[in-house]
Design a binder for this molecule. Sequence first.
Ligand SMILES: [Zn+2]
Ligand SMILES: [Zn+2]
Length: 378
Amino acid sequence: MPKRCYYEVLGVPRTATEAEITKAYRALAKKYHPDQNPGDDSVLEKYHEVSEAYEVLKDPEKRAIYDRYGHEGLANGGMPPEGSIHIDLSEVFDDLIGGLFGGRRRGGRGGQRRGADIEEVLDLELLEAATGVSRTLTVRYEANCRTCGGTGARPGTQPVVCRRCRGSGTEYISGGFFALPQRCRACAGAGYTIAHPCTDCRGRGRVEARETVTVTIPPGVDTRTRLTLRGHGHEGTPGAPRGDLHLILRVREHKVFERDGHNLICQCPISFARAALGGTVELTTLTGEKVTLQVPRGTQTHTVLRIPGHGMPDLDNPRRRGDLLVVLVVETPTQLTPEQEQLFRRLAELEGNAPPAAPRKGILGKLKDLITGEHPPT
Ligand SMILES: [Zn+2]
Ligand SMILES: [Zn+2]
């Protein structure tokens, strides 16, 4: 019977810390201790298995050898098992996974490879961009299969060096006088084949994992602001650091406030009378503060009033804020009460442009007037 994977025996992931390994060992040793199970010989075997796994995994040096070469490596005193070569999995990841998940080649052959980065778009409201916000999101990433440690081979078995290319991943196709190198067709360039694929990852060595991350978005961000969370990207080759997670922000349009750099712009309708006489207008800012605007006498439409410090914060220095620019829009009334109508007519008279008294006509008469344009519409 092949030896079980030590990590599997202790029920810990390959990334387990020494403390986690010790904790798992203590629990199992207690469970399988012969004193706890008198007369049961089957647990004795389990007890020895657990002790052996712990002996190796608690020792960083032995653990490293085991991680690299497996059970046979330990038997050979840290050398690769006879008749096999050490397979650089990083090459495999690049070929098998890198292409699919945007992985990039980092470092030279034979080194560990850092995981690829992930880019995600994060939508925000303008208010959230102004005040800053904390967001919790679930991110999917590529992880090494814990069951097989990323080899793709069922625990207790080993990938086998490809016979066609002898592990190089390249075969030479005869092209007349010369031979052309080509990616090995037997192993797809991996250099090895897996006779017994791991059932958890189906031989890929990689699985999809999810993680929940909480990100603090600082005040002042804008569309295309990029936030980087180190070490939250795809996993690299076993033991190598994970890639990074890049969040690319996208701030939604606001129905009242428009952003122009650090400034905010909004429109504020004011009446004819207010424009002419001046007065105050109350306005609610993006963050919900009430501000009172002084409208000067004789304000023309599209006059811009500046409210300092009520714009967007500066991302680099949140205490510095842009301004709120209020565009005053003078509204022409469309529906007049009889009293207002009277006043407007009086005003018109004073301007020396008095319309004739409203003629009392039916609908038809009014339409006629509109067509001939003889009378101003009433
Ligand atoms: Zn696996
Ligand atoms: Zn091959």
